[in-house]
Structures are given as C-alpha cells and as structure tokens.
Design a protein around this ligand. Structure first.
Ligand code: KE4
Length: 426
C-alpha cells in the first residue's frame, strides 16, 4: 500500500525547503519520513494514512486543552464571522491583555505580537533601548526564536543539527551576545564582573524546554535576578514555552522570581499565531508610539487569534486545572521511569505542570553539554518504536514533551506500556 506520508513528503520537498515550514518537523534528527497530519481531536492526531497517534508535542506547547476544545472552537468560529483582521484596535485585545496581566503579576503592560521569535526579538530591542546598553547574556541550550542576535548556540532545531550557530548571521550582529553555560554560577559571576556595566539584559528559559527539560537551579535563578538588579540589567524570562504551561503563573511562579520582562507565546494563542512580551509600565512605555523603541506588526493582536487565546486562558484559569494536569504528567513520567528501571535501562525524567522531559541517562542533566552526551541512536530507536506504536513524541532529543487536559489515564498507560515494550527489546 502507498504510504501517503512518503508521497506527500516527496511533493513537499519539491516546493518547500526540506518539505517543511519549520526545520524540526523534517525528522532530520531522528530519520524517517515525517507524518503529514490530516486532523486532530483531543489528545490525538491522524496522519495521511489515517493512523492515529497519541500527541505529546501539542503543536510544541500551545494545545494545552487538547485539540478542538468546544469552547475554543466556538469562540474562533464566532470571531471569523465578525472578520479575520482589521489592522485597527479591538476590545478583545484589551480583554486578552487584561487577562494576561491578571495572571502575570510581574507585568503591568503587554504588547501582543504573532510569534515567539517576534516577542523575544522585540523584548531584546526594548531592553537595549530602555537601558542604552548593547550586551546581552543568553545560555547554551536555550532557544529564543531565530532573531539573528539570539541565534547563537540555540538548543532547539540547530542543536538537533549539531550546528550551534546559523549561517547568515554576521559576526558583528552577535558580537554583543555573551553565551554562558546554563546553571554555571562561576561563568555568570565572571560575565557580570567583566561586562556588568554594559549588559542590557539576561535572557533565560528558567525551565529550559529547548534542552528537553532542564531546570535552572533555584540558586542560579536567584543569582541571575540579583546580578541583574545589582548591575542595572534587565532580567528577561523567555516563557514562550513555560508560560501557562508549567503552571498558571509560569516558571516565574514556580521559582518565585520576578523578571523585568517576560516573553510569552504558544499557550496564549491556543494554537493560533499569537505571542506577547510585557513588563513594568516605565519600561513598556518606551515602545512606539509612546517611546523611542520601534516595534510593529500587521497581524499583531489579530481578532481571530485573540479569540482563540482568550477562550484558552479562560479554560486554564479554572480551579483545579493545573493540579489535574500536573498529576497526569507526573504519572506519565513516573510510569516511564518505572518501565525503564524494570528493564534495566538508564533513564531519568522530570515534569512541571503539563510539560515533561526525559533523558536516556541516570541523572538529570544540568546543562547543554551534558544533554549532548545522549546516545542519539538509542533516542531515535525509542522515537520510532513509539511512533510505530501510535505514540508521537518530539522528533528531536532536545525538545520537551507536552501533556494536555485531553490526555486520559488510558493514554498514559498505553504510552508507558509502549515504552516498556521497547525498553524490553533492547
Ligand atoms: P516561535 O517563533 O517558534 O513562535 O517561538 C520561538 C521560541 C521562543 N522561545 C522559546 C522558549 C521557544 O521554545 C520557541 C519556539 N519553540 C520551538 C520548539 N522548541 C518551536 C518549534 C519549531 O521551531 O518548529
């Protein structure tokens, strides 16, 4: 029987570079043919051969409710009948901004944009504009989208290709980007001692989902906050992945740390192109049209996307949502650890809220270099073993996994059983 994924992939590669519109989707890291998804519902999606998968990427984070939540579908259907885009302000943008600010106390104002890259890039420009400084700190293994100044040793996509920097980024553009080792206190202290006077901001994924799942230690996160305050630099939490994913108040809520700027995306759009960045009024009012830092976007605050995002936020803000989601994700992680242990396989995993990660090693890694020691062949065998069994995890070792409110205990049990079957056969 013809495999329609193969046919579609061949057609796609004729007209789209690599056959995909975002590199990680191409399965280059894991090998094989990407699955062309035809439809999704709840915790599942179906590929071009109409094979069903339990979906643990959830569009790389946005689909926290699962696919096709009725309240979200209804809100989007209603919105599209009122118009797709106006290029003028709408009441719903105010509603979404107010909803975000109510849930992210470190923010007094927020600007909506269309992608996480745009939000991180804009937050970076704002930090430089607000401080009048040039240097920025980022960490190996953290990915903040593909703006030139931030595309240095990114952990997502590029790391998968084992290519820590991108062609086309002139050295001049990244000469002010200091890249440190995640969780390395000594490097952090040195960087501020040397450059503290010129550091505009430190940007970090406080739970790094682009190294699969690596937490900033509480001490490291606290020192980032203290050193930024001490040197007049802005602490920027990139919560595009963790925002409303690891908890209602994101990684900053989990860590109890108040960043100066927060970058959001994914969940706040509910699967539609919507992201945001925000912080204190004094900083945010540096933005055009009020202040000198320019930033703009044709589809920023798009009325259909804001309807999708608002309907999503309304559901996740309901009492008990994250308790249930966190419990479910932990049961997956605990089940996988038990299955690996039962088969004598080196394995460890961690989760927070609806986000999880695992490593084919005994101890949880603390940084990118350790993550990179993972046996790719073993991961790829696990990936394809699960895929064959109808379980779709991220097609790259360096990506986190996501559980939605739609995943059932049976889905979790089936996933654990599939993994155990693979561990057993090793
Ligand atoms: P987008 O431009 O892809 O919307 O967001 C960029 C971004 C920024 N910050 C963080 C912490 C992110 O994780 C991302 C994007 N995440 C990847 C997955 N690791 C998106 C998947 C892809 O690149 O196709």
């Amino acid at each position: 029987m013809t495999d329609r994924n193969d046919t579609l992939f061949e057609r796609a590669r004729a007209v789209i570079p690599g056959g995909v519109n975002s590199p990680v989707r191409a399965f280059k890291a894991v090998g094989g043919t990407p699955r062309f998804i035809q439809r999704a519902q709840g915790a599942y999606f179906w590929d071009a051969n109409d094979k069903r998968y339990i979906d643990y990427i959830g569009s790389w984070g946005p689909m926290i409710l699962g696919h096709g939540h009725p309240a979200v579908v209804e809100a989007v259907q209603k919105a599209v009948l009122e118009g797709f885009s106006y290029g003028a302000p709408t009441e719903r943008e105010i509603e979404l901004a107010e909803a975000i600010l109510a849930l992210v106390p470190s923010m007094e104002m927020v600007r909506l944009v269309s992608s996480g890259t745009e939000a991180a890039m804009s937050a970076l420009r704002l930090a430089r504009g607000a401080t009048g400084r040039k240097s920025i700190i980022k960490f190996e293994g953290c990915y903040h989208g593909h703006a030139d100044a931030l595309l240095v040793k990114a952990g997502s996509g590029l790391a998968t290709f084992g290519n820590p920097t991108s062609a086309g980024v002139p050295p001049e553009v990244v000469q002010h980007t200091i890249v440190l080792e995640y969780n390395n206190l000594q490097q952090l202290e040195e960087a501020f001692a040397l450059h503290g006077h010129d550091i505009a901001c430190l940007m970090i994924e406080a739970i790094a989902g682009n190294m699969n799942f690596v937490r900033a230690t509480p001490e490291f996160a606290r020192r980032c906050r203290e050193l930024c305050t001490q040197h007049g630099a802005l602490l920027v939490f990139d919560e595009v992945m963790t925002g409303f994913r690891v908890g209602l108040h994101g990684a900053q809520g989990v860590l109890g740390i108040k960043p100066d700027l927060t970058v959001l995306g994914k969940v706040i759009g509910g699967g539609m192109p919507l992201a945001a960045f925000g912080g204190p009024r004094a900083i945010m009012e540096q933005l055009a049209p009020l202040g000198p830092v320019y930033q703009a976007g044709t589809l920023s605050g798009n009325p259909v996307a804001t309807a999708c995002g608002l309907a999503t936020l309304k559901e996740i803000a309901k009492p008990g949502f994250y308790e249930a989601l966190g419990q479910k994700t932990r049961s997956l992680v605990d089940g996988l650890k038990a299955a690996a242990a039962a088969e004598g396989q080196p394995f460890n995993a961690d989760s927070e809220g609806g986000m999880f990660g695992f490593f084919l090693m005994k101890d949880l890694p603390q940084n990118y270099a350790t993550v990179m020691t993972t046996d790719n062949a073993q991961f790829n065998a696990l990936f394809h073993g699960l895929l064959d069994r109808g379980v779709y995890i991220a097609p790259a070792l360096y990506e986190a996994g996501f559980v939605s409110a739609a995943h059932t205990d049976d889905d979790i049990a089936a996933t654990v059983e599939a993994a155990r079957d693979i561990f057993r056969k090793r």
